[in-house]
Ligand binder design. Structure first.
Ligand code: BEZ
Ligand code: FE
Length: 305
């Protein structure tokens, strides 16, 4: 019988083939979690060890490669602080964030699909009225965004809270500047009929922060750090599943190579370009600028769906 505390058993290897020694180590390590009282923790660690050892055996990992991986992760930790979360970036570019979202947000009827959160949301974005402007001085082409928030039975969800955030035309979020300027973000509430509308900026492509170890990894494999153009949403309402998503710009050439694998077909929207003289939905004077408009109807799944 394997004793969960007996870590020497796997090292002896008497009479065992190398493959048997490897398998026995996996068994010994997973058995070491036997006393865990948190069943979920036990399940997570057991599976993690199985997959990790599976990977090591699969690629016949060398000690030098394992040391390089540890050095890489150390650099990821070193650059991470309150402003910069390199571990999330790593999870994003490996598709782990997107896969966790896929697993945690199973499709439910016609509910709007979720995608990655990203690191640039802030909690206390300004409140705007419907029809207000989230640009807040951020530069870019004005974009009119409108839609309705409904449940999967087509009932409007009055008062749904809609958080929106985006980069400016330089590809930078406000929080990427040293000072505490606020632009390109706001929250608003759906009207009694579930409708919402606001002015934002036509999304443009931008690179994820690539001056750290994750950027070096992307370079090493010849991958671009660019994200497809997008506008972030987080929509919450009582008794509904929180939706974290973006909308993407139809025709953007980065749609098939988004570096965090966040694009879903259903989230690609027509951002219809408008000439400067096209009448604005709210009569706003855009001082001769061209603009764009798009529609995003949002369907929330019930909580626990
Ligand atoms: C973003 O869309 O803001 C984002 C997502 C993942 C990594 C970096 C940025
Ligand atoms: Fe973004």
């Amino acid at each position: 019988m394997t004793n969960s505390n007996d870590t020497t058993a796997a090292n002896e290897g008497h009479g065992l083939t190398p493959a048997e020694v490897e398998v026995r180590l996996i068994d010994t390590v997973t058995a070491s979690f036997a006393q865990a009282t948190d069943e979920r923790l036990k399940e997570l660690l057991t599976s993690l060890v199985r997959h990790l050892h599976g990977f090591i055996r699969d690629v016949r990992l060398t000690e030098a490669e394992w040391n390089a991986a540890i050095e890489f992760l150390t650099k990821v930790g070193d650059i991470t602080d309150d402003q910069r979360q390199e571990f999330i970036l790593l999870s994003d570019v490996l598709g782990a964030s997107m896969q966790t979202i896929n697993v945690s947000n199973q499709p439910y009827k016609n509910a709007t699909e979720a995608t990655v959160f990203g690191p640039f949301f802030v909690d206390d974005a300004p409140l705007i009225d419907n029809g207000g402007d989230i640009a807040g001085g951020g530069t870019g082409q004005p974009c009119w965004v409108e839609g309705v928030v409904r449940d999967t039975d087509d009932n409007p969800i009055p008062g749904a809270r809609i958080e929106v955030w985006e980069a400016d035309e330089e590809g930078l979020y406000d929080v990427q500047h040293e000072d505490d300027r606020v632009y390109g973000r706001a929250h608003l509430f759906a009207e009694d009929d579930g409708s919402f509308r606001f002015w934002g900026l036509t999304p443009t492509p931008y690179p994820i922060p690539d001056d750290g170890p994750v950027g070096q990894m992307l370079k090493a494999v010849g991958r671009s750090p660019m994200r497809a153009s997008h506008l972030h949403f987080m929509v919450t309402a009582p008794r509904m599943r929180t939706l974290v998503t973006h909308i993407f710009v139809e025709g953007d050439e980065l749609l098939t190579s988004d570096t965090v694998f966040g694009v879903k077909e259903s989230l690609i929207k027509n951002f219809e370009q408008q000439p400067a003289d096209a009448p604005k939905p709210d009569g706003r004077d855009l001082e001769g600028q061209t603009w764009s408009r798009t529609r995003f109807d949002i369907v929330l799944a019930p909580e626990g769906a």
